[in-house]
Design a protein around this ligand. Sequence first.
Ligand code: GLY
Ligand code: MN
Length: 376
Amino acid sequence: MTHTTTAPAPFTAADYRARMARAARSAAKAGLSGLLVAPGPDLVYLTGYQPVTTERLTLLVLAEDRDPVLVVPTLEAPDAAHAAGAPALSLRDWTDAKDPYAVASALLPGKGRFGVSDNAWAMHLLGLQRQLPALSYVALTEALPMLRAVKDPAEIARLEAAGAAADEAYGEILKVRFSGRKETEIAAELAELLLRFGHSQVDFTVVGSGPNGANPHHEAGDRTIVEGDMVVLDFGGLKHGYGSDTTRTVHVGEPSTEEQHVHNVVLAAQQAGYDAVRPGAACQDVDRAARKVIDAAGYGEYFIHRTGHGIGVTTHEPPYMIEGEERELVPGMCFSVEPGIYLPGRFGVRIEDIVTVTESGGRRLNNTPREMAIVE
Ligand code: GLY
Ligand code: MN
């Protein structure tokens, strides 16, 4: 397997200007006065600016009838001015002696309803509320769940590169010894491999061995892996600012008939979920397709999570492949298809690929074998 070390062309101020304009338009269409965006994934997506979130207020104000303004602490203004999206907005800095909420509220109307990024700190929202009690707020994901959901080709290329890097990490981890080693050791090696293959950040390295595999998001711990264990490996992070997230379930030595059977069921469910991906299908159709296979095999009660989640500048975001989500799949959406069966006290199996929607159906961004690998 090869991997490219070439960094993609960075997003430009024009890219960020277009994203901010689209966000402001979508907000107006949704009946909102605008959007208030705190440091976090929405701000990264809209401006390329990624400050550390602190008690000092940083806030992007977006509205259709005004140019974007970023309220920023004076001491952080030089960094903000260097963000790729900075040429597409103006900065309004405030010094420590000032009330930042007064500065921000001067940019806002006295009444109306604003979408607020999900991760805005309560103290900042409460500070604004004090200044402008007649404004109301709605979580951005609730108001505009699809804001970041449809990826453009440059974003898909990044997700593809992140997926390829995760695939390379998996290829390498299969070569190491599992038996006699602690979960934490395998997790550390997975993290090191993700970084080696170009990730800048590792978000999770689930190593769920034996009974720990029945806990879907098991935190790798001190358990020593032994011959006969099923091991769930779920790992991901960010490469060039976009996420990877893949799961494979391996076995130390030869599996039992039951273990192989459960793995076969999950494999078939993952394939069914993938096959359901096409433009116009509802998100819930992907969940239903995967769940149907597991239900039919008699393991329905042991599939205890949704089938998938979107991925982009974060590793979990809309759209969600879950019963009740009737939104239609659109080309450019990228999300996981990751059914699992978790048998408490015994073992678990999950298989996960990131999939992107194309005009003709799904395309996998993870391409390592999904069949159960036998490790030492
Ligand atoms: N890994 C399953 C989920 O977070 O939905
Ligand atoms: Mn996932």
